[in-house]
Ligand binder design. Structure first.
Ligand SMILES: [Zn+2]
Length: 255
């Protein structure tokens, strides 16, 4: 895997910097990027104009959207139309999200993947409609709230210029890919409970400490009247999937 994006030909051909970066990063991904899900050597660029997705793995059919920028990963990432985003989440047609950060001299510094199944409505923020004077007045975009995605859903492929082992990346993917088969509402719960656990910043914690978030979780899930049961159910799922260990007497330990 090479980290250099720069290509003089692309700079000569395109005058807009946005276009240059899009072409450079797509060319780079097609030449260098493997499929995180099945470890196929290549992902294939989809025809321009394909809605949402930019790449597909021909072996396992996972799709990918690539976003590149030269700043560090922000807490919020501006994305496309709010209604399209919510619809694709509900229909389960989101591609996996690849976020690429490059350096001043056009080298890949960081690349991470957020699996499609970490996209739940709670991580999407509706933006204000564009003003009367805008060309697309009334259009409503959205932000991705990256900080609401637990670390299990932000899998690094390249970190601070270091290329991580494919096997290690794929293991992290496989650890969470059970969520792909679970319904959207259940996935939202798994993500919420992971966020609650991480907010404690402890390796071992008590069930009671999670119960303290009952009110907050009830606000996110107003139709659920059995929040404590749901908490225990999710902790059990996280234990079965190897994220936690039960230590007895209501104590848990993160893997
Ligand atoms: Zn694949």
């Amino acid at each position: 895997m090479e980290l250099q994006l720069y290509n003089q030909g692309v700079f000569d051909k395109y005058k807009s910097n946005t276009q240059r970066i899009r072409v450079l990063s797509e060319d780079w991904a097609e030449k260098n990027l493997f499929c995180v899900s099945c470890l196929s050597e290549h992902i294939l660029k989809l025809k321009a104009g394909t809605p949402v997705a930019d790449f597909i793995c021909e072996i396992c059919q996972e799709t990918f959207q690539l976003k590149s920028q030269n700043n560090t990963l922000a807490k919020k990432i501006v994305d496309g139309a709010f209604s399209t985003m919510i619809q694709s989440i509900k229909e389960g047609t989101r591609p996996n999200f690849l976020f690429l950060q490059y350096t001043k001299d056009y080298c890949v510094k960081n690349l991470l993947i957020v699996p499609s199944f970490f996209f739940v409505e709670e991580i999407i923020e509706k933006r204000r409609p564009l003003s009367e004077n805008a060309r697309r007045r009334g259009w409503v975009g959205c932000n991705l709230l990256m900080e609401k995605i637990p670390k299990e859903g932000r899998i690094s492929i390249i970190k601070d210029g270091a290329i991580l082992e494919k096997k290690e990346v794929n293991e992290k993917w496989r650890k969470v890919d059970f969520m792909k088969k679970t319904p959207l509402s259940e996935r939202g719960w798994t993500i919420d409970i992971l966020n609650v656990i991480h907010s404690l910043s402890k390796k071992t914690f008590q069930l009671d400490e999670i119960y303290r978030f009952e009110g907050e979780l009830a606000r996110i899930h107003p139709n659920n009247l059995h929040i404590k049961d749901k908490i225990r159910q999710q902790l059990q799922i996280l234990r079965d999937k190897g994220f936690l260990r039960f230590k007895g007497n209501g104590a848990y330990e993160l893997d």
